[in-house]
Design a binder for this molecule. Structure first.
Ligand code: CMP
Length: 137
C-alpha cells in the first residue's frame, strides 16, 4: 500500500472540477485518507516547489499556485504514485494521453489542473509538508 499527495490547483478549483477529480480518484480505487482546502501563502508555495527553484518557470508557478485556493489530498492505494500520474497525464496537456485529467481540462504546462507526487520519496516529503499523522484516516 502506498500514499501520494494530490493537489487540485487554482485552475481546477475555479473550473469547478473538484467533484470530477475526486470522482475519478475514487473510481480508480484510490482511498482519500486526508483532504483540505487551503489558500497557499507565497512562502508555502515556494517551500513546496523548492526543487524547482532554479527553473525559469519557478516565479510564475508560485504566482499561479497562490492565485486562488487549492484542494490538497492524500491518496492511498496499490502503486498509487504511478497510478495517479497515469490518471493525471503528462505535464504538458498537448502530450497527455487521451482521457487523462490534463488532456481533458488543462490549458498549459503551468495551468494543468492537478499536481501529483512523482516518486515515493517525494510523496513522503509532500504529504508531511501539508499533513500530520493524526490528520490522515
Ligand atoms: P506539477 O506536477 O505541479 O510539478 C511542477 C509544476 O511546474 C508542474 O506541475 C507544472 O505546473 C509546472 N511546470 C513544469 N514545467 C513547466 C514549464 N516548462 N513551464 C511552466 N510550468 C511548468
Amino acid at each position: 500500500m502506498q500514499r501520494t499527495l494530490s493537489i487540485i490547483k487554482p485552475d481546477g478549483v475555479s473550473k469547478k472540477l473538484i467533484g470530477e477529480v475526486i470522482k475519478i480518484f475514487e473510481t480508480a480505487g484510490f482511498r482519500i485518507v486526508a483532504m483540505k482546502m487551503k489558500q497557499l501563502s507565497r512562502a508555502e508555495a515556494e517551500g513546496f516547489y523548492y526543487v524547482h527553484k532554479e527553473r525559469p518557470f519557478f516565479g510564475e508557478l508560485v504566482e499561479f499556485m497562490i492565485s486562488g485556493p487549492v484542494v490538497i489530498m492524500v491518496l492511498e492505494g496499490n502503486d498509487v504514485v504511478l497510478g495517479n500520474r497515469e490518471i493525471m497525464g503528462a505535464t504538458d496537456p498537448a502530450e497527455a494521453a487521451q482521457g487523462t485529467i490534463r488532456a481533458r481540462w488543462a490549458d498549459s504546462k503551468q495551468n494543468n489542473i492537478v499536481h501529483g507526487s512523482d516518486s515515493v520519496k517525494n510523496a513522503e516529503f509532500e504529504i508531511a509538508y501539508f499533513f500530520s499523522g493524526i490528520e490522515m484516516y
